[in-house]
Design a protein around this ligand. Structure first.
Ligand code: FES
Ligand code: FE
Length: 438
């Protein structure tokens, strides 16, 4: 349950949002962290893996939903499962690697052995130890309560009563598909994810990807000065910001700054643009994609992707866009682990795959120039949020409060024709606090 103190603070948060005020304490609070684990991460569809990470029977990766370790594994029957990495005998982890291929998992404690579909098939000295009536069928690894796949994206949910994934996604699907259905061949990961720990709150990282086009002006100023980001410092403003009411999801669809000569379709090779015509579900999606240079989509609660056009350096004449999937995995109050994948269309030309991988590493990998700008700042905000004076401050989420929605936008959701707005963040926090209180 929620303590009366926390309940009152959350009611204040709910009230403040309409007025564009968010209290700083929510970005670093031990009691709230526990409540988030329970009310949000135990009831939401959480992104776990991409199908292309485990293409062959026996391929597995280790992932987390709340604080539960799961082996996401493709069985000999081709089905994808997520099995709790906890031996049914005495609780040891049965999978000792982050990724690999295995037909079986053998527990290092007493040697119980499970097939990669979770069934228990081997118990050392079974007869002597447990007698003849021992029924192995009752002692398989526990599967995650719910697992669903959307266009290769594997999601898990700890709540058996959760709505279907499709209903959970709702209208954000249209924006997701701009990437997942860009090619008829679909996406593939370019290797395993980079992972690193940051002393911050998952909501701060998420907010930046969900809505904060405003920070590029200052945080990433050095990249503008280097000639890597577009010359116009307000480049991220020229876009549409869209949120899905009631769901917490949002997107930013950014075009070219006025007067800037940037190739269409994120700067992907022309052959890829041609192929997308047939694979997008609607004409509107193709037309939107053609005008897009930067696309971000964030799914409630902790998944984002970022798909920007990039000039790899000031000398290179062309552009090499990149695509990164993100999970903002909460580890504790004021502490997260970032999972970051680079992805590309399966049928992209080989030269392009290599270049886009480099583009990712240079800008948004753990050593990327953009990334380091951001994480440094997020960690200071989270620290301040836990300080005795800082936690009583309310922060300004008032940008764009008086903007009117754009009636001409072709996609679903509530869209604003100016990307300098906190509309997506306000929508996220509304959903966030409602879920905490329900
Ligand atoms: Fe796994 Fe005993 S804990 S075999
Ligand atoms: Fe940033």
């Amino acid at each position: 349950g929620i303590s009366p103190r926390l309940n009152q603070m959350l009611e204040e948060l709910l009230e403040g949002i309409e007025d564009g005020l968010v209290p700083a304490w929510i970005f670093n609070d031990p009691e709230l962290f526990e409540l988030e684990q329970q009310k949000i991460f135990s009831r939401s569809w959480v992104y776990m893996a991409h199908a292309s990470e485990i293409p062959q029977a026996g391929d597995y990766v280790l992932r987390y939903v709340a604080n539960n370790p799961y082996i996401v594994v493709r069985g000999e029957d081709g089905a994808v499962r997520a099995l709790l990495d906890m031996c049914r005998h005495r609780g040891m982890r049965v999978c000792r690697a982050e990724l690999g291929n295995a037909s079986h998992f053998r527990c290092p404690f007493h040697g119980w052995t499970y097939r990669n579909d979770g069934s228990l098939v081997g118990v050392p000295a079974e007869r002597e130890a447990f007698g003849p009536g021992f029924n192995k069928a009752e002692w398989g690894l526990r599967p995650i309560p719910r697992l669903e796949v959307f266009d290769g994206m594997i999601f898990g949910n700890l709540d058996p009563q959760a709505p279907p994934l499709e209903e959970w996604l709702g209208e954000i699907r249209w924006y997701l598909e701009l990437v997942t259905k860009r090619s008829p061949a679909g996406l593939e990961v370019l290797g395993p994810p980079q992972r690193w720990v940051v002393n911050t709150d998952w909501k701060l990282a998420l907010e930046t990807f969900l809505s904060d086009s405003y920070h590029t002006l200052m945080t990433h100023r050095s990249l503008i000065e280097l000639g890597i980001a577009p010359k116009d410092a307000k480049y991220a403003m020229y876009g549409e910001q869209i949120h899905i009411p009631g769901k917490g999801h949002g997107s930013m669809v950014v075009g070219a700054p006025p007067g800037a000569k940037l190739p269409p379709f994120w700067g992907y090779p022309e052959e890829m643009m041609e192929r997308s015509k047939a694979s997008y579900p609607s004409r509107e999606q193709f037309e939107t994609a053609k005008e897009t240079r930067i696309l971000l989509v964030t799914l409630f609660p902790n998944f984002s992707f970022h798909n920007p056009i990039r000039k790899p350096d000031h000398k290179y004449q062309g552009t090499v866009p990149m695509l990164t999937f993100r999970v903002w995995h909460p580890l504790g109050p004021g502490r997260i682990e970032i999972f970051s994948w680079a992805l590309v269309e399966k049928d992209a030309p080989e030269w392009f795959k290599e270049k886009t991988r480099h583009s990712y590493l240079r800008f948004f990998g753990s050593s990327g120039t953009f990334e380091q700008d951001d994480t440094e700042i997020w960690s200071h905000v989270a620290h301040n949020a836990s300080s005795s004076q800082g936690r009583t401050l309310r922060l300004n989420y008032r940008m764009g409060l008086s903007l009117e929605p754009d009636p001409n936008w072709p996609g679903p959701g509530v869209a604003y024709g100016l990307n300098f707005t906190d509309a997506n963040m306000r929508n996220f926090h509304r959903r966030y606090v409602e879920m905490l209180l329900s």
